[in-house]
Design a protein around this ligand. Structure first.
Ligand code: MN
Ligand code: MN
Length: 290
């Protein structure tokens, strides 16, 4: 099928299937129009796809080859330069188009600014939003734009979606107050552990949208991201949480956002690519052994 707003970019080097036949559909969102500090998230989708070339498609600890899964890669969304709302509209329409031909397909966004998660959530209408992020992203507006990356969790909460945020170590008092008043739970990176994760996520209603702002990981794993923050989570912290989610919750959408980078083979994209393979592997394990 043809998508209104996507164009041929780099694709995963897998034996891909069509969007109609796919269970997982990769959508790149090369938008970095409201980046506040470190630019380059527009290169995230390409850098993540390229970094997968370094990885074995066989996930050792799952005994599963992710290249054998029904995966489509529909390229990148054509962005509206500098306009996060209109670009997120294109993300929403792309996911809606996908679901008109295959409503079982799980979109996997590779980004690109976190602002773009809003479009996928608007299309998928999950009941809960579980996110790993160094930041609360609960600002009413930032740099005079309510669709700035720093506002995405706020816009999603306003849709009536329940939220839990993990790995946080940056926010304002106003964001903390908004979370408190609106029943949004979050765990500071210092206090994070697996039990804390399960305790907050277990009661959340399904279906769930799962988002990883790459800056949730410790800075040493993700030096190239829009707003880097020291003191983050370890690699296995997030992988084990993703595994639990896949096993215990119905996930309707997933993303890996805020991957920037200056060069091919960079650390941040390698971390993101490995996370992508673990997500696919965990989901694939469920498909093969339901
Ligand atoms: Mn962040
Ligand atoms: Mn974020």
């Amino acid at each position: 099928m043809e998508f209104l707003y996507t164009y041929e970019g780099m694709r995963l080097e897998f034996p891909l299937v069509s969007p109609e036949e796919a269970r997982f559909v990769i959508i790149g969102v090369p938008f970095d129009g409201t980046t506040s500090f470190k630019p380059g998230a527009r290169f995230g989708p390409t850098l993540i796809r390229h970094a997968t070339l370094n990885l074995e498609s066989y996930v050792l600890d799952y005994d599963i080859d992710v290249s054998q899964l029904p995966i489509a890669d529909i390229g990148d969304v054509s962005v509206v330069a500098g306009d996060p709302r209109r670009t997120a509209d294109r993300v929403r329409e792309t996911v809606e188009e996908l679901h008109t031909v295959n409503n079982l397909a799980i979109p996997i966004l590779l980004g690109g600014e976190h602002s773009q998660t809003l479009g996928a959530v608007e299309a998928l209408k999950p009941k809960s939003y579980v996110v790993f992020d160094a930041h609360l992203d609960l600002r009413e507006s930032y740099e005079e734009n309510p669709y700035n990356h720093a506002c995405v969790a706020r816009r999603i909460a306003e849709l009536g979606v329940r939220e839990a945020i993990f790995g946080v170590r940056s926010g304002t008092r106003e964001e903390v107050d908004f979370a408190e008043k609106n029943g949004i739970t979050w765990v500071h990176a210092r206090d994070y552990d697996f039990d804390a994760f399960v305790e907050l996520v277990e009661p959340l209603p399904e279906p769930v949208y799962l988002s990883v702002d790459i800056d949730a990981f410790d800075l040493s794993l993700v030096p190239s991201t829009g707003t880097p923050e020291a003191g983050g989570l370890g690699f296995w912290d997030i992988i084990e949480a993703v595994e639990w989610m896949v096993k215990n919750k119905r996930i309707v959408g997933f993303d890996i956002m805020e991957v920037a980078g200056e060069s091919i083979g960079g650390i941040t994209a390698l971390t993101a690519a490995k996370l992508l393979f673990y997500f696919l592997g965990a989901m694939g394990r469920g498909l093969l052994n339901p």
